[in-house]
Design a protein around this ligand. Structure first.
Ligand code: COA
Length: 172
């Protein structure tokens, strides 16, 4: 369990019972209105809350937000999810597929527009980093609008990446 100024972290391992919460923290950074954002590791996430969060950002054009079954599959089959909530509302999420020891693929990183540039995205990624083994690398495909973000927070560009889009087959 961890207590950080401005944020509250709740850790929940799936199947381990109700989450244990840390002490409330209030944030008054740079004179902004106080926020009490709660971070949770692997909570249950409603697909409708997930879709609403994505729809509030430019990422809506790049995810199948109108196909609820597919969105549900994306949530259900992720094995590491960190959420940020404010007064119970989902305001941020990192959705990750990982083996915990070699690679953690960050499939979604989203912060609601009203809370962007206040450290929430960085904190979600720190929780991802802290949830996998030290030897595990983080990997992702950046959306065009976030291309400048990742180098700014310490990621380096990887030119060895290759993608087979869903509409392509392996060549004979
Ligand atoms: C990209 C995103 C997750 C960043 O989250 P955030 O909470 O706004 O970012 P943070 O507050 O952690 O920002 C940390 C630093 O990066 C900077 N930053 C934030 N967004 C940035 C961007 N798009 N480009 C460059 N720098 C950015 C911040 O100004 C801050 O700088 P500082 O530490 O020098 O003050 C958020 O803007 C978002 O959800 N965007 C829409 C969805 C999206 O495109 N997701 C990415 C998919 S790959």
């Amino acid at each position: 369990m961890e207590i950080l100024s401005g944020f509250q972290l709740i850790t929940q391992v799936p199947g381990s019972g109700p989450p244990v919460s840390a002490t409330d923290g209030l944030d008054s950074r740079e004179g902004r209105e106080m926020k009490n954002i709660v971070f949770k590791i692997n909570p249950l996430v409603s697909v409708y809350d997930f879709v609403a969060l994505i729809k509030s950002t430019q990422l809506a054009d790049r995810r199948p937000v109108d196909d609820i079954q597919r969105m549900e599959d994306m949530l259900k089959n992720s094995n590491l999810i960190i959420t940020a909530t404010l007064e119970g509302k989902l305001v941020g999420i990192a959705r990750v597929l990982t083996d915990m020891s070699w690679v953690a693929y960050i499939s979604d990183l989203i912060v609601t527009p009203e809370l962007q540039k206040q450290g929430v995205g960085k904190r979600l990624l720190k929780e991802v980093r802290g949830s996998v083994n030290e030897c595990c690398k983080l990997l992702l495909l950046a959306a065009p609008s976030a291309r400048g973000y990742y180098p700014h927070i310490g990621f380096r560009e990887e030119k060895r990446g290759w993608v087979l889009p869903p509409d392509k087959e392996i060549l004979e």
